[in-house]
Each structure stands twice: as C-alpha cells, then as structure tokens.
Write a protein that binds this ligand. Structure first.
Ligand SMILES: [Zn+2]
Ligand SMILES: [Zn+2]
Length: 482
C-alpha cells in the first residue's frame, strides 16, 4: 500500500482526478511522486501481492495487501490466498478513465435489452462485484524504411494474342506502425479482449506502480514472441494495401503477394523489442453450476462485452406470447390447409436440426479454446517452463463429438433426435396421404412437440455457448517469471 504522508492512510488512484487520493483525509498526490523504495525506476520489477484462488488456481496481483474476497475468473466467493512476489515492470499504462459507477451504468443499459437474461445478472448486489483489473498486453512497434523494388505484370488480349507488359516499380518506403498490442494474459480469453478493443493509446502514460493502488492486475504469462509475426503481418499487409491503392498499380499483378513472408524483406520490416503495457478493464463474473459467464467493460472507453445466457422459462413464455398473435393473424388472412401446416412443421424441424448442429460445433470450438492463442500457448508450456511437444489442445477429439453416448452433457446431441423424428413423422404422413384431415393435425402436433424438445435443448446449448467452462489454471507455482 501507499501511505498518505499526511495521516498514514491508504493512497488510492482516484479516477476523476487521475491522481492518488487518501481514503481518509483526501490528500492528493501525483502518482509519480509516490513510490516505495523498491519501486525505484532502475528496477525492472516491482513488489506485488499475488492472490491465488484455491478453487481454480487463477491469479491476480495488487500493490495492496488487503484480502481479496472472491475470484474474478471462476466466480468463487472465497478468501484468496496471498503471497508477496515481484512482477515485471510494464513500460506503460493507460489508467482507468471510467469510474465504477459509469461502468455499472453502461452494463445496466446493456442488460435492459437482454430480455431473457437470468435475473441474477441484473441483480444490484451482483453488479457491485465489478472489479477494476489491469490487463497485461504486449505492444509492438514496427518500422519499414528503405528502397522498395517490385515487379509488376499486366496481361491483356488482342485478337488471338495475349500480351503481357512488365513493369519495374521502385520507390522508397517510410512507414511506422506503433502500439500494435496483444493480450498477454493466458487467463483473459482473446475473444474478450477483442470485444472490448480498441484502447486509445494516446492516453498511455509511463508506468509507475502506484497507478495500480486500489485496483488489481492480471499477471502476464504469455511469451513476448507469441504475437510478433501477427504484428509484422499487419504492418506488411497494410503497406501492401497502400501500394495497391495507388491508381496506376491497381490492375497490376505484383511479384510479391499479400500474406507472404517475402514482404518482410521487400519492405525492410523491423520489429522493435516488444514492451509490456497495461490496459484497464472492469470485470465481473457470474457463476451458474459448472459454467461461468463474464461481463467486461473497457475501463478507458466504456465499451461493454457481456456473455448473456438465457433463462429458458423467460424465453418460452416470451416466444409463446409472440407466436400466438402471429398465428391468429395468419389465420385471419389465409385459409390454412392441414397439409400446408404439416409441411411447414416439417421444414421447421429440418431448420431446427441444422441450428442445433451448428450450435454444437460452435460450443466445441469455444470450449476447446480453438481460437484462443494465449490459452493454447500456456497449455503448451511444461512444468519446467520448456515448451511441450504435445499439441496444445485439451479439447475433445472430433469423432467423440459425433457420438451419442458422450458423458459430457454439453456435447450430447440427444436434442437433435426429436427434430429428426418430427421430420420423419411429417414425411411419413405426407407420403401416406391419408384421407382424413385428422392425420395431418395429429402429425402436425407431434412434429411441433418434437421441435419444442429440440428448441428447449437449443436454449440449453445456447447457454453453454454463452458461458464458459470453469477455468482451471495449472500454474506452476512460485514465481512465474523466467
Ligand atoms: Zn491521509
Ligand atoms: Zn477461481
């Protein structure tokens, strides 16, 4: 903690003034003037307390020693165990701009539109559990400077011949791409950081540890090189696009193609050593059984991202209320033949079947962290810190996904069965073509029941998709720094 020079109270970062403010006597201090001995700038590390969740192993750190009473990653309400440690000093930080009140307001406004969300998500007490966490990022600066030579071709036909003109293009490139930043925390899913991006880097300040006072920070555990090639590719492709934009080059076929490594040489692309930065995020978790949902608010811009599960009861009532008037209206304008209704039920069943399959595939991708490089990176690091040769993947093999006997209920596909049955009934009755209309009505009712079962399961699956697996961090313990 940072002691108030006036009363010995706790100085915390105050968002409205962007300065440190004492809890008790309201003394104001410049963050750069307040340091602990160990915070001295020559050090590339600073002192922190690391809090570890006994349930999931998730870690956050703070410059404060007061107890943390819940875990932001798995939502457990439990006193986190703490230990003193040292953490790598980031180069820069964007301090919080959005107060907790503003963050809560933005979240509540968003949830007003989520009609079918469970009530807990709108509960005042729960909303108060938003926690200010600085997220670590790696930032890359890239420069391109020097002469560029490209070959171009243009082909055209005249009569029976194809002519090709060759061009030699040369010029000078002088481009800078600064502050390309990538989420450096393996516990903070990449898709969350994408949803609340971008941060305005013009607010970046030189880091000093007292900025963290009153907040938490996530530890950074992703290697600095992980995103280097991505950053270089962005620079290369952007420069390439800019060259293409020159009207004279528009219809030329260039010797150097987009997304190729050759561009790095052609454009003299150079990546400075990456540096650590910290960006502010308001973070809240919502736990239901063995799933967890996150709400995040960009602590600088106020942009909101929420995993929003659906309350099945609310949803069914809502859709019934919507379906009834539509049905009655249709009845007013058309004479609906029983055969048409049955056909409609059949199509609806096919449709719900495909939605179901698409949903399962999406859950599979998400829970396997197939699109989260930071997570997969950590999975690939062995206990002793060396890289594992094992594929970084704890996901389910694809063949298991299409098995009906899986024990993991998130992937079980039983719900698709009733849609298939509904289609079968509709087709069968259609083919038999019975004389009595009663058959069509009975068939329609059965089909709709089948669809209903599938739809209920779609909602359950949707909730799986809208939430996340409880995290399990297998931290190697001790000091994370290499
Ligand atoms: Zn004071
Ligand atoms: Zn936890």
């Amino acid at each position: 903690m940072y002691e108030c020079p006036n009363c010995g109270g706790n100085l915390k970062f105050d968002i409205p003034s962007q300065l440190l403010k004492c809890d008790y006597c309201e003394t104001i201090k410049d963050p750069y003037e307040v340091t602990k001995e160990q915070d001295a700038e020559e050090n590339d590390v600073f002192d922190v307390t690391i809090f570890t969740c006994p349930q999931c192993g998730g870690e956050i750190m703070s410059t404060d020693t007061s107890a943390a009473e819940f875990c932001s990653f798995c939502g457990a309400s439990t006193i986190l165990s703490s230990r003193i440690s040292k953490e790598n000093r980031p180069a820069q930080i964007i301090p919080f701009k959005q107060t907790k009140e503003a963050c809560k307001k933005a979240y509540i406004a968003r949830m007003k539109r989520a009609l079918f969300a469970p009530d807990d998500l709108k509960d005042e007490k729960h909303i108060d559990s938003f926690r200010g966490i600085y997220m670590p990022y790696w930032s890359y600066d890239i420069s391109q400077e020097g002469p560029v030579h490209l070959k171009g071709e243009k082909s055209y036909s005249r009569g029976d011949y194809t002519y090709t003109d060759h061009y030699d293009l040369s010029g000078q490139i002088d481009a800078n791409y600064n502050n390309l930043s990538y989420d450096a925390s393996a516990s903070f899913a990449d898709n969350i950081s994408e949803q609340i991006a971008p941060f305005d880097v013009r607010d970046k300040k030189e880091f000093t540890p007292s900025f963290l006072s009153g907040f938490y920070a996530d530890t950074s555990d992703v290697d600095s090189d992980l995103y280097k090639n991505d950053a270089i590719a962005i620079a290369n492709n952007t420069s390439y696009d800019n060259i293409r934009k020159v009207p004279a080059f528009a219809d030329l076929k260039l010797s150097c193609t987009k997304n190729s490594f050759a561009m790095t040489t052609t454009f003299h692309t150079y990546c400075d050593p990456p540096y650590r930065v910290m960006y502010p995020v308001w973070f809240m978790s919502y736990r239901k059984n063995d799933r967890v949902a996150y709400a995040t608010v960009n602590g600088q811009t106020g942009k909101v991202a929420v995993d929003t599960p659906v309350d099945p009861k609310k949803y069914m009532i809502g859709s019934l209320l919507l379906a009834l008037p539509i049905f009655l209206l249709l009845n007013l304008f058309f004479t609906i033949k029983p055969k048409t209704v049955l056909a409609f039920a059949g199509f609806l069943a096919v449709f719900s079947f495909f939605i179901y399959i698409a949903e399962i595939a999406a859950i599979f991708r998400r829970d396997g962290h197939h699109d989260d490089r930071g997570y997969r990176y950590r999975q690939s690091i062995k206990e002793d810190g060396s890289k594992s040769t094992k594929k970084a993947d704890d996901s389910i093999p694809l063949k298991d996904l299409f098995s009906f006997s899986r024990t993991d209920k998130s992937y079980r596909m039983g719900g698709a069965f009733s849609a298939v049955l509904a289609v079968a009934i509709a087709v069968l009755i259609w083919l038999l073509n019975p004389i009595s209309d009663l058959w069509y009505y009975a068939g329609t009712i059965l089909s709709f029941l089948g669809i209903l079962v599938t739809v209920m399961d779609i909602i359950r699956k949707y909730n799986v998709l809208a939430t996340r697996r409880l995290p399990q961090f297998d931290r190697t313990g001790g000091d994370d720094r290499a």
